[in-house]
Design a protein around this ligand. Structure first.
Ligand code: HBI
Ligand code: FE
Length: 289
């Protein structure tokens, strides 16, 4: 087995037209399997009582565990029998139109590489732990599975309308950084939070960020930051409510937001249904204002 110095040993893997590659599951080293186990055990512990109960139940249903990096084919066979979704290996971020085509056809593109030890706690690119621990469990939920397929189809349309930047904000503040109200209280369903130990605690328990009730148009106006905790989290009442809110012609929403100013990631506006007005202390400390 050749050892790769580079961070992502799949970077130059031969790929199909749809950017999928061979996961070559047998090439993962014992060290890489061990890193998955340590990431999984730590995050699974922190996620207890903080992650959406739906996501935690799905993890068990999909038999995700600290027993080495999952073979995406084996995982996909389980997932496909539940909601028809499969997880397909890619080397990293794929072009938007390729990404949307996969989602529209119930295929979730997951990075095949695992983060290096030096980026154990945080990395910007989606590695296999972010994609499988963070994104895959909810694809076993019928309603969320429908939402993700609809998002893929919406993405293809948004590109044609030149509205991708607005739609990407919907993905960001739900699929990546969304919170949900469950009987036991606020819980996390966003993959970007779920795969990050520190943000899992920050998003639910820190006084700094705003927590605002989901509002599609408001989210499409809200900018976001990609290299730090979020300053605002949006809260849905249920996955049904999320799907319901998005079962509308986005053309109308795009028409409205086009003439409205963007809202900065940390700002609140009068029409917000505020669940928690953030102190923004984390934000202030960071920028020293
Ligand atoms: N590619 N593999 C991968 N994973 C993503 O999450 C992803 C992507 N390409 C584009 C993208 N996300 C975002 O720009 C979407 O909001 C479109
Ligand atoms: Fe992601």
């Amino acid at each position: 087995m050749t050892h790769f110095e580079g961070k992502n040993r799949y970077e130059n893997a031969p790929r199909a037209a749809d950017f999928t590659i061979d996961q070559a599951w047998h090439t993962y080293s014992a060290a890489e399997h061990d890193r998955w186990d340590r990431l999984f055990r730590r995050q699974r512990e922190i996620a207890k009582g903080r992650a959406s109960e739906t996501a935690l139940r799905a993890m068990a249903e999909l038999e995700l565990s600290a027993s080495g990096i999952p073979d995406m084919n084996v995982l996909s066979d389980r997932l496909e029998s539940i909601t028809g979704w499969r997880v397909v290996p890619v080397a990293g971020l794929v072009p938007d139109e390729v990404f949307f085509d996969h989602l529209a056809n119930r295929r979730f593109p997951a990075g095949a590489f695992i983060r290096p030890e030096a980026e154990f706690d945080y990395l910007q690119e989606p590695d296999i732990f972010h994609d499988i621990f963070g994104h895959v469990p909810l694809l076993a939920n019928d309603v969320f599975a429908d939402f993700m397929e609809a998002y893929g189809k919406g993405g293809q349309r948004a590109m044609k309308l030149g509205q991708l930047h607005h739609l990407a904000r919907l993905y960001w503040y739900t699929v990546e950084f969304g919170l949900i109200r469950e009987p036991q209280g606020l819980r996390i369903y966003g993959a970007g939070i779920l795969s990050s130990p520190r943000e899992t605690v920050f998003a639910l328990e820190d006084d700094s960020p705003n927590r605002i009730a989901f509002d599609l148009q408001r989210i499409m106006r809200t900018s976001y930051i990609i290299d730090d905790f979020q300053q605002t989290y949006f809260v849905i009442d249920s996955f049904d409510a999320l799907l319901e809110a998005c079962y509308q012609d986005f053309g109308d929403v795009y028409g409205k937001v086009k003439f409205q100013a963007d809202i900065d990631a940390h700002e609140t506006v009068p029409e917000d249904k505020l669940i928690h007005r953030g102190t923004l202390d984390y934000f202030r400390d960071k920028v020293g204002v």
